[in-house]
Ligand binder design. Structure first.
Ligand code: ADP
Ligand code: MG
Length: 250
């Protein structure tokens, strides 16, 4: 589904490479979390996948197509995914369809169908300020979904939410993932969040990024939060926290 092949990248004004000879692969319909200290390059990996940044060398493939030749859109929910305050909820959600050239009436009606399906129908004519944090993130998710992309890149989508809303959003997301049959890459700082959501966790613990350390989560789907308390999971949690803590101390 997604493949990084010997990817090298550095920002123009930097001498040092941020990503060096990076290889990894994600299969269709996987739920992968990427975890690592702040500033290590997680969001940059997403920017490379979406083509916002270009690799200096190496190749990135989606469904065996080099992303340089890709025609479709990639669903990307950036870290600071503010909805446009002057647009209504349905006008915000339908943005990707407008960008793809649909006329705004058609785009709005398609977005409204999806808002309805996600239980947000009655908010369609409201503005972002009228919605709670969790609801706004659902709208952002719907907007990302409307790109039509098979792969969804979610960059710390729940990091600004309070603890309880965050937990219910995680459960909500797993449900959507299983219904929609998408591939999800999910960036987070939160070890429990990564373990609860994903089948594999990619840990970044070095700069430049030369590899992603893979942890296979020892639990299947559907899952509930109890899996976080099984001994094997507690050990992995401990190991991950220690690994990330060491990086912060450096
Ligand atoms: P993360 O998402 O893991 O916190 P980023 O991918 O946003 O990290 O950034 C990785 C590093 O690249 C950071 O040191 C950041 O300062 C630097 N960086 C990010 N964007 C740019 C840019 N446009 N130009 C130069 N350096 C950048
Ligand atoms: Mg980031």
């Amino acid at each position: 589904m997604l493949k990084f092949y010997d990817v090298n990248f550095r920002y123009e004004n930097n001498e040092k490479y941020l990503i060096e000879n990076l290889n990894f692969q994600v299969d269709n319909r996987e739920f992968i979390s990427i975890i690592g200290p702040s500033g290590c390059g997680k969001s940059t990996i997403f920017r490379l996948i979406t083509g916002l940044e270009k690799a200096d060398s190496g190749n990135i493939f989606i469904n065996d197509e080099n992303i340089n030749n890709l025609k479709g859109y990639i669903g990307y929910m950036p870290q600071r995914d503010l909805l446009m305050p002057w647009r209504t909820i349905s006008e915000n959600a339908c943005l990707p369809l407008e960008i793809q050239g649909k006329n705004s009436k058609e785009a709005k009606s398609e977005a409204e169908k999806l808002l309805e399906a996600f239980g947000l129908g009655k908010y369609k004519d409201k503005y972002p300020k009228d919605l709670s944090g969790g609801m706004k993130q659902r709208v952002s998710f719907i907007r990302t979904l409307l790109t039509g992309s098979d792969i969804m890149l979610l960059d710390e989508p729940f990091s600004a939410l309070d603890a309880i809303t965050k937990i219910s959003m995680q459960e909500w997301l797993l449900e959507q993932w299983s219904n929609l049959k998408k591939t999800i890459l999910f960036i987070t700082h939160d070890v429990e969040e990564a373990l609860f959501l994903s089948s594999r966790v990619f840990v970044i613990s070095e700069k430049p990024i030369t590899k992603l350390k893979e942890i296979i989560v020892p639990a299947g789907y559907p899952r509930d939060r109890h899996v976080l308390n099984i001994p094997e999971m507690m050990d992995i949690k401990e190991e991950l926290v220690n690994e990330l803590k060491q990086r912060v101390e450096l």
